[in-house]
Structures are given as structure tokens and as C-alpha cells.
Design a protein. Structure first.
Length: 483
């Protein structure tokens, strides 16, 4: 993925040609108007499709996802123009996968009012891990104000987004009420009744967890608020649900103001599974990773290299505590899991059962031909993986002007497939490459920053020259055998 800043005189066509992508795809990814109008200084996201599919008559998102071993949710994410809808016009080109590198996992939450437009909600949901309908309030008697959110919850589940219950001190008049918060936080019996009603709602509507948002709390309620969160967390954890808390962003523990004094960062972090910092320009989710992994709501995300700044909540008191939380546009790098498990008893093959499986092709010559004795076993395996990619290239029409087929296979993918580090993957490519120490079995063509390199996989046997390519030369009259 790259970010392009529009310069004077540039058009969608010229920018797309410069990056080697489709103008229609570039326009779609950036939700450009039909006339493709651009403004100088405008930023465009440029993404590089790995595999695409032209929709045939009768195909559905579900059937296409099954054919490619992906999910409908991922197809929605890869194709913004679908808007989270299921309708597919015949002939439409869908992106099955991109070349974006996966940096790790993250959790993305969004708030939405019940009166949100259905189309807007549908197009945003595939990109969200969780969605919280805003909001369940508290009555003057300490009960739960209901919320008509059934349509929102159905839309979220249909698109693979986990719904989260949002609890605040909002009144029937639409205002946060400090008095109602104080009543709940200081009356243990009233608090218990509300907690029971909240838990019942979470279970009945199958919310993934609860987000508590008590704003405008005076400082003397800070301890009671943290205790309330701890109580709710204990109830929810017993049912396999998580607890988040919304916090007003502050720069120090002594910051004055009704919006800040009732939020003790360290105490809240100790009581909750995660926190949302309400910056109102951006909403950052902070959390401990494990509870969210257990709930299955961590998302794999794509980003460009090191362009994302990882940070923690700035409160010094919070940093000193063991409950330090990461801000969630901080990502958690994926690591290969190597666990010791009990030995598996594999069965024998019978008859022609081995023919029923698919295999990577390692050419026999790479093993038997003495010319390749110095080629390492790992390099031979990598050559087989590269050769396997040729079928994908042919289907996608990845050929140059001379008809030579090339493939795309990023360094990150090689590392994942071979279970090796960056240096080892680079060494294997160099061993196969056309440099001084390489075997010349591949040719690596760089295409510029942020764009995947082309790899030409070369034949491991010599090609017999065609008769037209043989130039006449003076030869002796000695007969030539097998000519």
C-alpha cells in the first residue's frame, strides 16, 4: 500500500498508469466521484491486487469466497464499492487478495446511533471488529433505559462484527447526568439491581462485552467508579464477556475538570479489560490482548512497514502499574506458534490414495542433476514454491510484452511459508538469483518503493533453439547425427 499526493496536472488515469494499477480500482478504493475529479494536494490510497476475479452469471459472494478459500467478510473489505451488500452484477471485477503485508492484529470499535442510515452502517461494519449502539442509559430509579437496536445487531452479526453493549448515564432527555452516576456508584443495592439488569441484557442480546461510559464524575467518585467497574468485570468474566471503560484523555493525574477528575487511569486499567480514550477526533482503543483474543475479536490488519507509531497511555501512574495497556492502533506482531503437542499417529496410504492430494512440485533434475549439487535443499524447496505460483500468474495474465510469465511472491510470504527469518529468506533468494553467487534460476525485478517486485522463474533445463533462430555458419561437411 502507498499514499500518493496529487500534483498539478495529474489525473486518475496517469496516476494509475504510474503505479501499474487499474484506474477504476484506484477510483473505487478512494470513493472518488463518477467524474474522477481530483484536487491538488489530495491523498490517494494505492493498493496492489494480488488476485482478482470476474463475476460470472449465477455466482454469489458465498460461492466465490468458497472457491478461493476466503470469507465473504474479507471480500467486502477488499472491495469497498460493494458497500457491505450481497448484490453482484455480472462482469464485476472483485479483488480476492492484495499484496499488503500483515503487521499484526488490532481491534477497531465504532459507535453508532440507532437512527444511522442502513447503507452507511452496512458499508462500515466489515471493517470493524466491534460495534456499540449508542447508548443504554440509566433511569432516575437506577434502572436501565432500553434501546431499539435489534436491526443494528442483526446487521453487525451478518457482516461478522461483534456487538458491544454501551452503558452511560445518558437520560431520557439526552444529557449525561452526574446525579444518576453518583446514585449508582454510592448505593450498593441499586448498583446490584442495575448490574443484574445489564448482565441479563448482555446475555439475552448476545453482546460480546460491555463498554461503560460514565462521564462528568467528580474526583470523590473516582474510587467508587473503579470499584463498580471491577464488580461488573467479575460478573461479565464469569459469562465469557469482557469489560471496557471509556476515559476522557488527560495529561496528568492532577488535571482539573469534571470530565477528568473521576477517571483514575491506574485504577480503571486494573479494573477493566480495556479502555477507550475519547479524543473526539480519533478514538483509540487500549486493551490487554489476551481477553480479546479469547473473544475472537482481534482483527488481522494491513499497514505499510513502520508508518505506525506505537505508543502507550501517557499517565505516569499507569505506566508504573502492571496493568499498562497498549493503544490499539498499536499492533501485535504475529509470531509462529511452536508448541509441544502429543505425537500424532499418521496412517498409511492404501492403493492410489496419494493421488488425491495436491503437492508442490520440486523438479527431479534439481535433486538428480549434478549441476545442482551445491544448491541447498531449502533453495530447491523455495524454487518449487515459486514454480507453484506460475499457475496463478497465468490466470491473472501476468506476462510481459515478450510473453514471459512473472510472479509476485513477497519476502514476508516466503518467511511465513518456510518458517524462516528475514535474513534466511533473503539468502535463499540470492542463492537462486542471477547474481555472482546465484544459480540464475530466478530474476528479481524491483518496481519501486511500496510496489511488489516481479520475479521471473527460469527454466532449469536448456531450451532447444528453434530452426528459425539458428544462424547459418560455415561448417565442415562432417555428417551431423540426430539433426
Amino acid at each position: 500500500m502507498m499514499i500518493h499526493v496529487v500534483k498539478s496536472g495529474e489525473t486518475v488515469d496517469s496516476i494509475a498508469a504510474g503505479y501499474g494499477v487499474s484506474p477504476q480500482r484506484l477510483a473505487s478504493d478512494n470513493a472518488l466521484p463518477d467524474h474522477f475529479a481530483l484536487a491538488v494536494g489530495q491523498t490517494l490510497v494505492v493498493r496492489f491486487p494480488r488476485e482478482v476475479h470476474a463475476v460470472a452469471r449465477g455466482e454469489t459472494l458465498s460461492s466465490i469466497a468458497a472457491d478461493y478459500g476466503t470469507t465473504v467478510r474479507q471480500l467486502w473489505r477488499n472491495n469497498w464499492e460493494l458497500g457491505g451488500r450481497e448484490e453482484l452484477p455480472e462482469g464485476q471485477t472483485l479483488v480476492i487478495s492484495y499484496f499488503d503485508e500483515k503487521l499484526g492484529t488490532g481491534v477497531f470499535n465504532g459507535y453508532a446511533y440507532p437512527f444511522i442510515a442502513e447503507e452507511l452502517l452496512a458499508e462500515q461494519l466489515p471493517y470493524l471488529s466491534t460495534m456499540a449502539p449508542f447508548t443504554y442509559g440509566i433511569t432516575a430509579e437506577g434502572g436501565l433505559l432500553p434501546l431499539d437496536d435489534e436491526a443494528m445487531l442483526e446487521a453487525a452479526r451478518k457482516r461478522g462484527t461483534r456487538p458491544v453493549m454501551h452503558l452511560s448515564t445518558l437520560t431520557e432527555a439526552g444529557q449525561f447526568d452526574t446525579g444518576r452516576a453518583a446514585f449508582i456508584l454510592t448505593d450498593y443495592e441499586a448498583q446490584g439491581r442495575l448490574a443484574a439488569e445489564v448482565l441479563q441484557t448482555v446475555l439475552r442480546k448476545d453482546f460480546a462485552g460491555l463498554d461503560v461510559d460514565f462521564e462528568y464524575l467528580p474526583g470523590q467518585l473516582a474510587e467508587a467508579y473503579a470499584a463498580f467497574l471491577g464488580r461488573m468485570r467479575q460478573l461479565l468474566a464469569a459469562q465469557g464477556r469482557f469489560l471496557w471503560a471509556a476515559l476522557a484523555p488527560k495529561t496528568s493525574t492532577r488535571q482539573r475538570g469534571l470530565l477528568y477528575e473521576g477517571h483514575d487511569y491506574a485504577a480503571v486499567a486494573a479494573a477493566a479489560d480495556g479502555v477507550l480514550l475519547m479524543t473526539y477526533g480519533k478514538i483509540w482503543l487500549a486493551h490487554r490482548l489476551k481477553p480479546l483474543q479469547n473473544q475472537g475479536i482481534c482483527e488481522t490488519v494491513s499497514t505499510k512497514g513502520d508508518s505506525l507509531l506505537l505508543t502507550t497511555i501517557s499517565d505516569k501512574q499507569l505506566r508504573r502499574r502492571k496493568h499498562d495497556c497498549k493503544i490499539v492502533l498499536s499492533f501485535y506482531p504475529k509470531r509462529r506458534q511452536r508448541s509441544m503437542t502429543s505425537k500424532t499417529n499418521f496412517d498409511y496410504y492404501y492403493g492410489n490414495e496419494a493421488d488425491h492430494f495436491s503437492f508442490f512440485r520440486i523438479p527431479r533434475q534439481l535433486v538428480k542433476d549434478r549441476r545442482f549439487d551445491r544448491l541447498s535443499v531449502d533453495a530447491k524447496l523455495l524454487y518449487g514454491l515459486l514454480l507453484d505460483r506460475m499457475g496463478l500468474s497465468i490466470r491473472n495474465g501476468w506476462c510481459d510484452e515478450a510473453g514471459r510469465v512473472y510472479i509476485y511472491y513477497t519476502l514476508q510470504e516466503i518467511q511465513e511459508d518456510l518458517g524462516c527469518c528475514h535474513d534466511t529468506a533473503t539468502k535463499l533468494l540470492r542463492e537462486l538469483g542471477s547474481g555472482k553467487t546465484g544459480f540464475g534460476l530466478i530474476e528479481h525485478i524491483r518496481q519501486g518503493p511500496g510496489r511488489p517486485a516481479k520475479i521471473y522463474v527460469k527454466r532449469f533445463t536448456a531450451r532447444n533453439p528453434s530452426p528459425q533462430s539458428i544462424e547459418p555458419k560455415d561448417v565442415s561437411p562432417t555428417p551431423v547425427l540426430n539433426s
